[in-house]
Design a protein around this ligand. Structure first.
Ligand code: HEM
Length: 165
């Protein structure tokens, strides 16, 4: 056991030169601690003011204690839960200060394979993943053909009946 302890200590000491100052040591320890990987569904459950987690650029942030201090308000943070909030975060154009602040709230990473991908809109009849879309597309095409024919027919009928003998 002592030998094992000694070995662990040596490993730790061999890491130390790579950690030039205490700030970095803290970041390093935090990094190690935050290497937990969460599933999307697990993260999505934290969607309340008193329990709020965000996914930004693959990392998971527990911003519960930041809700009252967020300059953009707590509502926007809440509305960014249950999804990948990277775009929401980037669209605002957050400052470097904000990016530094957020590091305090990292609790881990998201397992990217569990994040639902957004379904891109595929126009009707263009082979959407949903077979209902295909049916709607066909109906629209038929209507597009029928309506001008109907108008033409009506116009012809009106012309025929109003023609002076
Ligand atoms: C850990 C995550 C976040 C941190 C640490 C954070 C931090 C900040 C900070 C410090 C500001 C002040 C302006 C700046 O320095 O850029 C800010 C503003 C703002 N943030 Fe966030 N934010 C986070 C996530 C989000 C998310 C997910 C949204 C969703 C849209 C958001 C929306 C906003 C908005 C709307 C403002 C106000 C911009 C303005 O009025 O100028 N933030 N945030």
């Amino acid at each position: 056991f002592v030998r094992l302890l000694h070995d662990e200590l040596m490993v730790f000491l061999s890491w130390l030169p790579q950690v030039p100052c205490i700030d970095q040591l803290i970041l390093f320890v935090k990094d190690m601690a935050s290497s937990k990987v969460y599933l999307f569904d697990e993260i999505a459950k934290h969607n309340k003011t008193k329990d709020c987690w965000l996914i930004i650029s693959g990392k998971v942030y527990d911003v519960t204690s930041f809700m009252d201090d967020h300059p953009g308000g707590d509502e926007v943070l809440l509305s960014s839960t249950g999804k990948d909030a990277t775009n929401d975060f980037e669209d605002v154009g957050h400052s470097d200060d904000a990016r530094e602040t957020m590091e305090k709230y990292v609790i881990g990473e998201v397992d990217a394979t569990t994040v639902p991908t957004k379904r891109l809109y595929v126009g009707p009849g263009l082979g959407g993943a949903n077979p209902k879309d295909d049916k709607q597309g066909a109906l629209i095409k038929i209507l597009q053909l029928l309506v001008p024919l109907l108008i033409l027919g009506l116009a012809l009928a009106v012309r025929t009946y109003t023609k002076k003998e």
